[in-house]
Design a protein around this ligand. Sequence first.
Ligand SMILES: O=C(O)CCC(=O)C(=O)O
Ligand SMILES: [Fe+2]
Length: 348
Amino acid sequence: MSSTTTVLDEPVHSSISLPSGQTVRIKSETALEVDEIPIIDFSAIWSDDIAAKKAIAERVREASHRIGFFYCQHPGIDPKYAAAAFKQGKRFCALPIEKKLEVDTARVPNEYVGYHKMKGYNRNKRKQQDLSEAFNWAYDPSHDPEAVDKSEPSISIWPSDFPGFKEELYTYHTQLLQFARRMTRIFALALHMPEDYFDDYVKHPEAGMRIIHYPQQEASAVDQNGIGAHTDFECFTIVTQDGNDGLQVLNKDGYWVKAKPVPDAFVVNIADCFMRQTNDFFVSTVHRVINKSGRERYSLPFFFGFDRSKRLEAVPSCVSDENPMKYPIMTSGEYYHYRATNAKAGSS
Ligand SMILES: O=C(O)CCC(=O)C(=O)O
Ligand SMILES: [Fe+2]
């Protein structure tokens, strides 16, 4: 990625309070093209070479602590699965609104599944409604090769008479699910814990996914977002981008940094549960999307978190007598419900 310096707007110094409890200062609406998000080669993730995995983990540790974002390159997943999922997502978004509203997210209170209509949210309040629409679906044990109980029902809702949609989306979801379990082991090593430290937390994981569609935005960054500044709820998010610019990450100095698409790479970001469990050692970084690419933008974020029944206890390497746990302990399920309810209350 190139490193060009962009002249900044006059500082706006706005501050945003987030449902995670963080307050962040934003110094400019202009996004910078700088190399702050490292590109990490993940080829060794599927191997049994512990030294190679520890080498990845040390780079993940640095990135997760400093900026909470990194590129995961060469993940070893055939791109044909993402291509098929994008195709289905575009097919869904092209449906008439009445058909999409058959699976309106309002039908499932407190859960983030179903269809979120275009301009349905205004996450940062000060601008026009966010210019995006999305379809979300949840973990389904019947599509998990490692499921403990495949008969357990899933909370997702699906459009009727739409063959291929659910199947193709789960085919890619299953690839990412297996990858995310491996990734959890890299995160355990990154926290200087045994590789299997989180294994029991991810047997019945929280693993929601969405296809999100951003039309090309005419309004300026000062007036509108595709998705407003926010943090994600779970442990980490794996984003498959479609090749079009738009994702931006707020760095510690309060400037937006572009997370441009990188070939054969996901963008991975730390989310709030991991920030809490690591007692802020990992940072859950604020991000947003503004699509000025001149094209439609689609992306496929996969949100991975721990079993809802597990308590979000501090990771032992992240607490000490001098650095006690900052957050009250609750289960993952309690935290997700609180955040999903709060997020949906912001819709209109
Ligand atoms: O579209 C993207 O690249 C990111 C979307 C996102 O941040 C989200 O859905 O939480
Ligand atoms: Fe996000």
